[in-house]
Write a protein that binds this ligand. Structure first.
Ligand code: UD1
Length: 421
């Protein structure tokens, strides 16, 4: 088992490029099977979740290779499979995104319930309901979800929650469906816009992504395309939080400032000096102890992202006063709290509310990541702590961060990958 060994207390400085977005690349890779022509996806981060997705594609009979420059080439011409084995479904939540695209391509799909970060119940009722509305017959048998549809048919689908995954699954299913599909109360996350851009580059007719209504006019065929994924706003939020907690002067390159606006506002409250430098860079400077950030409530985009809540909480732990978080998206999204407390943080959790009384210094400790963003929060806290921390559970962090130790080391942090004790 691997861990990060982090010797904290050093300010960060320098310039670093933000990786491509994990949550964009996964649905985009699922979209590549909607054509038999080759597709090339650029700016793919080197992540375990991307590796799992490539394994799914290969299992389906597609060619899927990643080169050293972050380009993934997919050829789905020889796709023969319709199923994803349970072992791969359990690796990550977004494996469910393949339901719409396999169904569209093959007329049937066999999946099991997806795994992923343990954040509490993560139902897929909206995905199943929407595909049923589009004409799919879906039944569950022996732990499998069996879906069939000779040709999906477009319709109006009103989501009761603006689910990111359900919105993507519907768009993928609708791209080649008969007629027009309208998703009402669609998720507005930037990754939906990126999926729209890729599908339209393939010859699709998708519009409205980024707004609450997405319209998909089904087309007969899609072609191959080359597409570069957008920067990862959560990786950016992590690096910004690291600079806020540990102090320093960091320039992030390849970031879209608008995509991280809610996080920038919170870190501005924390007293950091933040400025966009050009259209795709953000500079953050933090020379003293962070100020408290008031009340942070997670919400669908453009609200404060649930995925950035853990790293922002690490900043709040060393702030000069009280910050209150309310988590609205997932029921178990405070896995990092007990570990932050081991480092000396003062946090009280009541149901979905966490009250953080900042302390002047955290102290290094041996802590365990139990999910992806909790792991990132522990790394951020360790950078701000006195002494050495060992963050185990690196396999969670590797799901979403492309060699986090290298990124942080390039900013002067003392971080090494070690074998956990
Ligand atoms: C995506 C992101 C994840 C992020 C989350 C919320 C990817 C690969 N993952 O996850 O990093 O934390 O958005 O921004 O993009 N829900 C239902 N029924 C459903 C689907 C969802 O009740 O069928 C609920 C969920 O339990 C949750 C809320 O809707 O409370 C939002 O979840 P959703 O947007 O679907 O998250 P994911 O797509 O799984």
């Amino acid at each position: 088992m691997n861990a990060l060994s982090i010797s904290g207390g050093k300010p960060l400085s320098g310039s670093v490029r933000v990786q491509g977005a994990k949550n964009s690349v996964l649905p985009i890779l699922a979209a590549t099977i909607l054509t038999g022509e080759p597709a090339v996806i650029r700016n793919c981060p080197n992540l375990l979740d991307v590796e799992y997705t490539l394994r799914i594609l290969r299992h389906l009979g597609c060619g899927a290779e990643r080169d050293r420059d972050g380009n993934v080439a997919v050829s789905a011409a020889g796709m023969t499979g319709i199923g994803i084995p349970d072992s791969l479904m359990r690796k990550m939540r977004s494996s469910v995104i393949f339901m719409g695209s396999i169904l569209s391509r093959a007329g049937e799909a066999v999946l099991s319930r997806p795994g992923g970060c343990d954040l509490g119940a993560r139902p897929i009722d909206l995905h199943l309901e929407a595909l049923r509305q589009m004409g799919a017959e879906i039944r569950e048998e022996g732990g499998n979800i069996l879906c069939k549809a000779a040709r999906l048919t477009g319709c109006e689908i009103a989501l009761k929650i603006p689910s990111v995954g359900a919105t993507e699954n519907i768009i993928l299913a609708a791209a080649k469906a008969k007629g027009v599909t309208r998703v009402v109360n669609a998720a507005r996350e930037p990754e939906i816009e990126d999926l729209q851009a890729f599908l339209n580059a393939m010859g699709g007719r998708v519009s409205g992504a980024g707004s609450p209504i997405v319209t998909v006019e089904g087309v007969e065929t899609l072609r191959g395309a080359v597409h570069s994924v957008i920067p990862d706003r959560i990786a950016a939020a992590t690096l910004l939080s690291a600079a806020a907690a540990a102090g320093g002067d960091v320039l992030l390159r390849d970031v879209r400032p608008n995509d991280v606006a809610a996080v920038l506002t919170a870190l501005g409250e924390a007293g950091c000096s933040i400025g966009a430098e050009g259209a795709s860079s953000v500079r953050i400077r933090s020379s003293r102890r962070p100020k408290p950030m008031g009340f942070i409530q997670t919400a669908p985009h453009p609200g404060f992202p649930t995925d950035a809540q853990p790293v922002a909480m690490a900043v709040a732990c060393v702030a000069d006063g009280m910050t209150v978080f309310r988590e609205t998206m997932f029921e178990h999204r405070y896995n990092h709290v007990s570990e932050l407390i081991r480092m000396g943080a003062r946090i009280d959790v009541t149901e979905r509310t966490a009250v953080i009384h900042g302390v002047p210094r955290l102290s290094g400790a041996t802590v365990a990541a139990t999910d992806l963003r909790s792991g990132a929060a522990l790394a951020v806290a360790a950078l701000a702590a006195d002494g050495v921390s060992e963050v185990s559970g690196l396999e969670h962090i590797d799901r979403g961060y492309d060699t986090l130790e290298d990124t942080l080391s390039s900013l002067g942090a003392d971080v090494r990958r070690v074998t956990a004790h």
